[in-house]
Design a protein around this ligand. Sequence first.
Ligand code: FES
Ligand code: FES
Length: 168
Amino acid sequence: MTPYRLTVNGSPVEVAVPGSRRLLDVLREDLGLTGTKEGCGEGECGACSVLVDGLVVDSCLVPVAQVEGSDVLTVEGLAAGTGSDELSALQRAFLLTGGAQCGICTPGMLVAGQAYLDGGGRPDDDAIREAIAGNLCRCTGYTKIVEAIAMAAAGSVGGESGDARESA
Ligand code: FES
Ligand code: FES
């Protein structure tokens, strides 16, 4: 079987799997990146969100063949520097505001939030709610999540310096 080659969180990987295998399963089962969660499995909840070439996608809907040669970022890759335990500004903001809740929606929220920041998103609650409209939270509501993304967008998280995503 010809392996598919892609970059995941900055590292090149090869996976010898059928091209129809879901990116979600490749990440979780073949690569051990279990931070990405499965909710609905039907493209409705956003729990499985990852960035592919900078765009938010539902990894439960994407066959691995479609991401051959692509750059994939999962929630594990958000921490500053591959292999570092240091949290990104957005992750710290989730902790500070209480936006990290049960953990099912959180990885997808972080990924969608990071895409918003990477796109130059401002601390604008309406725009943030629109940016995370594809990510459902069934537990506790969106207020603290929006607050966290706004805090990161405002650059007011504080914490360690040297975070490449701090000023995103
Ligand atoms: Fe992919 Fe719900 S698990 S969108
Ligand atoms: Fe549980 Fe969002 S789904 S906190």
